[in-house]
Design a protein. Structure first.
Length: 502
């Protein structure tokens, strides 16, 4: 019985405690809810106030902007009105000037008519006295003056040319000799093939590969023909593109040294060779610019100069030729008090277009001008590039010096070589041009095409005409032929009188 009572008391106590806790929790929840409602109401009022402030600020900014626009419109209207008034004043002034000009034109026309009438009277009187018409007198006077002036002019020209030629030859020999003495450049010749030595003949089979897959891969990636013939321990690379030939040569040498020759390895070595050659091209361009004493070139210009290291003209390396032209131009510019830095820059860049002649259409002079214009080279450099091939007239001393240095570098013995067929064709064209003039009996190209001797008929060509004939012949050779250096034109006229004593 006591246990039951204790159990009931415990149960009632636990129930009372639980109900007290529930009431406490409900009271706390009610307070939290009221607090949340108060905070929400406060935030709502704050948001409304902020929104009203923002709306007021936007309205104030809009009104300020509208006032500024109105003020700007008023200023524009005032300016427009002032401009219209100024235009009206100018129109009135122009109309007054036109009226004055019209009056002066009328007076001038009247004076011209009076002068024409007076001139006609005087002309008629002169015709009556002389017995010749005005046209006949004019023709007779022109003929006499022309005959007299032509003879005197040819004599003066001959004398001046002789004096100028003597002085120019003397001065040019001094300048060119001194420049050549101070500039000694090495020259090497190259061909369109490269030979790669092999350690043994068994390597040829490894280069060809199974069913020729290795050699096809190498030729396809480089664009170079591999010639594997009976030459012992050697492979010949043939291509007209020297850069591709050099890439193929470097790649093949790497493959031979590595010993692993298969398509994947070939592709890897070709890519590596291309990167090495690009680095070498930049180094060659920087070396050439340093040797020529030219600074501030664009990196792309340096790269294009480096490509000239692998280009040749008649066996002469174009990069070495450009450096030599730059040095010669700078030395002659110093002797003539011109701009040596500008002359060296123009000389170094005068053949830069040849780096892209096999990729871009047009002459190398046109391509070079486009390249230099793209990288903001001075106008004197552009003029030197076009003048050294006769595309336009020289506008500065440096352009003439570059052309002279180009001729010196290209025409001196051992600098360039040409095939026998081209040599014979050049001589034939020289003789053909000489014999195309009237009065020419025979023409002979001598001194390896450096001089042409022309024999004229003395009955058709006199001494005075021979001088102008030589000049016209030299001009035609300049216009129709391309040649290094200069060509001397010698016109020979001989009169023989023969009698027999019986």
């Amino acid at each position: 019985m006591a246990g039951l009572i204790a159990f009931l008391l415990g149960y009632l106590l636990r129930r009372y405690v639980a109900e007290a806790r529930i009431r406490s929790a409900e009271e706390a929840a009610r307070r939290i809810n009221e607090q949340a409602l108060k905070e929400a109401e406060a935030k709502k009022r704050e948001a409304i106030v902020e929104a009203k402030d923002e709306a007021f600020r936007l309205k104030r900014e809009a009104e300020h902007e509208i006032r500024e626009q109105r003020a700007e419109l008023q200023r524009l209207e005032r300016r427009l009105v002032q401009r219209e008034e100024s235009q009206d004043r100018k129109t009135e002034a122009v109309e007054q000037r036109e009226r004055g000009l019209t009056q002066k034109e009328a007076e001038l026309a009247k004076a011209r008519e009076e002068a024409a009438a007076t001139f006609a009277q005087h002309q008629a009187e002169l015709e009556r006295i002389s017995g010749l018409t005005a046209e006949q007198a004019r023709e007779q006077l022109h003929r006499r003056v022309e005959e007299s002036a032509r003879g005197e002019a040819l004599q003066i020209v001959k004398k001046i040319e002789a004096e100028a030629r003597e002085e120019a030859d003397r001065r040019a020999r001094e300048i060119i000799a001194l420049a050549i003495q101070r500039c000694a450049a090495d020259h090497t010749a190259d061909v369109t093939v490269s030979v790669v030595p092999l350690p043994n003949d068994d390597m040829k089979g490894r280069i060809i590969g199974r069913e020729g897959r290795n050699i096809r891969t190498l030729e396809g990636l480089t664009g170079v023909d591999l010639i594997i013939d009976d030459t012992p321990e050697a492979v010949t690379l043939s291509s007209f593109d020297p850069i591709r030939r050099e890439i193929a040569k470097i790649a093949l040498e790497k493959l031979i040294a590595d010993g692993r020759i298969h398509p994947a390895r070939i592709e890897e070595m070709v890519e590596k060779s291309q990167r090495e050659l690009e680095q070498r091209i930049r180094e060659e361009g920087e070396r050439a610019a340093f040797e020529a004493g030219v600074h501030g070139l664009h990196p792309e210009e340096i790269k294009l100069l480096g490509r000239l290291r692998f280009r040749y003209s008649y066996g002469q390396n174009l990069l070495q030729h450009s450096v030599e032209v730059a040095l010669l131009s700078g030395l002659m510019a110093q002797l003539l008090d011109a701009n040596p830095q500008l002359a060296r820059r123009a000389g170094l860049l005068h053949d830069i277009g040849k780096a892209l002649t096999h990729e871009v259409e047009g002459t190398h002079a046109t391509i070079g001008v486009d390249i230099c214009r793209r990288y903001h080279e001075p106008p004197e450099v552009l003029n030197a590039i076009t003048y050294h091939h006769g595309d336009e007239e020289a506008r500065c001393t440096e352009a003439i010096l570059v052309a002279a240095a180009d001729a010196i570098s290209a025409a001196r013995p051992g600098a360039r070589k040409e095939t026998a067929e081209m040599y014979v064709k050049r001589l034939e064209n020289l003789e053909r041009i000489a014999t195309s003039f009237p009065g020419v009996e025979k023409a002979y190209a001598i001194q390896a095409g450096r001089e042409v001797r022309v024999i004229v008929r003395p009955t058709d060509v006199d001494d005075t005409t021979a001088q102008s004939l030589a000049r016209e012949m030299a001009k035609k050779i300049e216009d129709e032929m391309e040649y290094p250096g200069q060509i001397k034109v010698t016109v020979l006229r001989e009169t023989r009188v023969i009698e027999y004593a019986k």
